[in-house]
Design a protein around this ligand. Sequence first.
Ligand SMILES: *Cc1c(COP(=O)(O)O)cnc(C)c1O
Length: 365
Amino acid sequence: MKVSPSIENLVPYKPGKPIEETKRELGLTEVTKLASNENALGPSSKVVEAINKAALEIHRYPDPSCHLLAEKVSKHYNIESSKIAFGNGSNEVIDLLIRIFCEPQDNIVTSQAAFVAYKVCAQAARVNVVEAKMTEDLKFDLNEISSLCDQHNPKIVFIANPNNPTGTYLNESELFKFVESQKHKLDQLIVIDEAYFEFVRAKDAPNALDLLSNYKNVAVIRTFSKVFGLAGIRLGALFAHEYILDYYNRVRNPFNVNSLSQAGALAALDDEDYLKSSQDMVWSGLDYFYKELEGIGVNYWPSQANFVLIDVAQPAVAVYQELLKLGVILRPVNNYGFETLLRLSVGTAEENQKAIQALKIVLKK
Ligand SMILES: *Cc1c(COP(=O)(O)O)cnc(C)c1O
């Protein structure tokens, strides 16, 4: 069977190296994985309890409308439930938005070092990806993005704020000015992915949900994979105008969010202590990393997320491999064209110390 060139050329998403695989290959008994921006707290016990309870009903189909979840998310983020829909991870939301709004050969615009899912999903749908270069300090370059929008008339513009893998962010005035400047483009959707929203400490950072009341061509994505510690249950949320959700609900599979996910997420939204502990762990972990990295003279980009991008000033894949031998898994980002950079997720205090010790050994600091 021949397939289309855009499928033939797809490079599958490469997840962080699994712990078990690393143990097996390197004969290690203890491995620390700080490679996938997962929540190192482990799941909330209230969520586990709720999922156990919901397991007694798994012979039933889930609620296809995620009614209770939409109500609860509506209260949590203070936005009408009619503007909320869900996906099997934000990844499915991204995939569906592209399938809904783009025809083969249409364009999307994003940034060179943007979260890779936009590109993979576009390519799978035979949609062209136009990438803006980033600024010197590894931020999204909105001027560049703006001129690419004028040139290429994309159907969708994807902005991750803060961005993965850079951890950098656009402030409110930068982002809102851009959105205002694109207001007249009624056939161009601006998707703002706020996967790390709860980890942002910068006082001038936006809440993109504030844009929905004024702009019909904006959609916002959030996820339960990060601050809520639910990466394994695959749940993402889409916030957008009702006309967008109408298309979304026509295209998605009716039972795209399973019943255990719905039950787990409902419990997660009730567990404020867990949320707060997640934030505290990440913020103190980042501060620890900054102090230690400065101590050993390793450059980094201050992060608004639960990871930090560091410059090891030598081929990073080799450093990554040496770190593996010491039982520490970080994430190379050479797929984004960053040959000397590694991404380090925040773990528990103990895991963070282990990562820094290993870095000191490998970098001979
Ligand atoms: C981690 C991450 C997500 C989450 O994806 P899920 O499919 O919901 O797990 C979304 N966007 C960005 C930018 C991320 O880094």
